[in-house]
Design a protein around this ligand. Structure first.
Ligand code: UD1
Ligand code: CA
Length: 459
């Protein structure tokens, strides 16, 4: 049976190489922060407890993981990774007989599947410490593993390494499994006599070896997973990898993605079977898309819901809205927040809606703005219809009843109601309610002056 273990995530450092106002670990990859991704990974290992060391911008970090079952430890000043672990000493004391998985929070590509055999190896070998390592063609930035023959001697950080040590390709990935009691007795022995004047967690390795404690390593060949994100370029590369993983998992669930290299689909997005994604589509946040939908090029969807068999034509933006089964939207449509498109409705070219419910099988084909509006079913909205919902101070509502017909070029000055099956003549400015089954028309009567052009010419 698997021994119980705890997790400690190191997330107190600022991440200066990022050159950002925001702490590094809150930068996001496809909708999730680095820290969240590391948490997702460790949660899947089902540890007994998870502690996160916070320091720099700790309020923001704590807020970002509020919904998670984790505890926080505070590292007042960021004096190095060993110092960060030391900050957790009090909470670890009670679990001296257990194991502790320590992870740097800048490893968002790490997966639980990779850590499982690492955990098993540590427990099987009964090590005081097992750490994750890899062999890299370009080891720049990582701590290198020094050996004498086969035997590990220590880890040397890049800044402290000699040129020949820097050529070592075997590196420390920043993931460690410790016997807590061995870790706690070794930590106070770490000094900061190095180039960075920091207390390095990696120095514990040499300390334990010199005390004849059993130290082992688990070498992974999954090099992508141990990418530590220290710079924005590394972040961009990691986003590429995560994006590809998401596209792959969607295709495995029956989604067709025509151009994986231009499909930007956030990790939390859900998409049903037989939906087709054309090139250059962006789907963000907690969007849920049904089955057999079609998303044409340059569609951008944020935190929205689409039913089944929905068709979204090119260059359409949908924010915090919901779209019913078999509706068709676009091209060039913009739904701002709180738009609800019901089943089978059709919304077309250059139509904008905001806080509007658009009823079943209603149509708005061209050049229309509907704001703060409730449109019932089977309504036809003519080209160029506009709700005048804002009087400069307040927003007002427009209601359009079932089966009504709004002629082209109509201005509906809210608050106003158009009754069921009513007609509004083209070019009207409607300022008063229109009764059901009535025709309202409000435009100047057309006059004609015969021969006007000729007479004008004579003058
Ligand atoms: C670290 C390792 C290095 C390893 C690499 C793997 C040390 C000394 N070095 O280097 O051997 O190859 O990771 O990616 O550990 N942190 C704190 N408090 C601090 C300092 C850092 O919480 O006082 C946190 C950071 O927020 C970060 C993590 O510890 O999540 C690692 O710190 P970072 O500065 O990125 O270490 P590296 O230089 O990458
Ligand atoms: Ca790092």
């Amino acid at each position: 049976m698997k021994k119980e273990f705890l997790v400690l995530i190191l997330a107190a450092g600022e991440g200066t190489r990022f050159k950002s106002e925001k702490i590094k670990v809150l930068h996001t990859l496809m909708g999730k922060s680095m820290l969240q991704l590391v948490l997702d990974c460790v949660f899947r290992l089902r540890p007994e407890k998870i502690h996160i060391v916070v320091g720099y911008q700790k309020e923001d970090v704590m807020k970002a993981v509020l919904s998670r079952k984790v505890d926080f430890v505070f590292q007042k000043r960021q004096l190095g990774t060993a110092h960060a672990v030391l900050a957790a000493r009090e909470v670890l004391k009670g679990d001296r007989e257990r194991d502790l998985l320590i992870i740097n929070a800048d490893l968002p590509l790490l997966r639980a599947e990779t850590l499982k055999p690492f955990l098993s190896l540590h427990q099987k070998e009964g090590n005081s410490l097992t750490f994750l390592s890899a062999e890299l063609e370009n080891p720049a930035g990582f701590g290198r593993i020094l050996r004498s023959g086969d035997k590990i001697i220590k880890i040397i950080e890049e800044k402290d390494a000699t040129p020949s040590q820097r050529r070592i390709k075997e590196i420390n990935a920043g993931v460690y499994l410790f016997k807590i009691k061995d870790l706690l007795q070794a930590l106070p022995k770490v000094s900061n006599q190095n180039k960075k004047k920091e207390y390095y967690l990696t120095d514990v390795i040499e300390i334990l070896i010199n005390e004849n404690k059993k130290v082992g390593l688990y070498k992974t060949s999954l090099l992508e997973e141990i990418t530590g994100i220290n710079s924005r370029y590394e972040l961009a590369k990691a986003i590429e990898a995560i994006r590809e993983r998401k596209v792959k998992s969607l295709t495995e669930k029956g989604v067709t993605v025509y151009d994986p290299s231009t499909a930007w689909i956030d990790l939390d997005v859900k998409i049903g079977q037989d939906t087709t994604i054309y090139s250059s589509v962006i789907v963000e946040g907690k969007t849920v898309i049904g089955s057999q939908c079609q998303l044409y090029p340059f569609v951008h969807i944020i935190n929205s819901r689409l039913g089944d068999r929905v068709k979204i034509l090119s260059s359409t933006m949908i924010e915090e809205s919901s779209i019913g089964d078999e509706a068709q939207v676009g091209p060039f449509t913009h739904f701002r927040p709180k738009t609800v498109i019901q089943e089978g409705a059709k919304v077309g070219n250059f139509v904008e809606m905001k806080n509007t419910t658009f009823g079943k099988h209603s149509k708005a084909g061209h050049l229309t703005y509907l704001g703060d509006c409730k449109v019932e079913g089977k309504v036809n909205i003519g080209a160029g219809t506009i709700t005048c919902n804002y009087d400069g101070k307040k927003k007002h509502k427009t209601f359009i009843g079932e089966g009504a017909f709004i002629g082209s070029g109509t201005e509906l000055v809210a608050p106003v109601k158009i009754g069921k099956k009513a007609y509004v003549g083209a070019g009207s400015t409607i300022t008063e309610n229109v009764s059901s089954e009535s025709l309202a028309i409000s435009r100047g009567k057309q006059v004609q002056i015969l021969g006007w052009t000729r007479k004008k010419g004579k003058k």
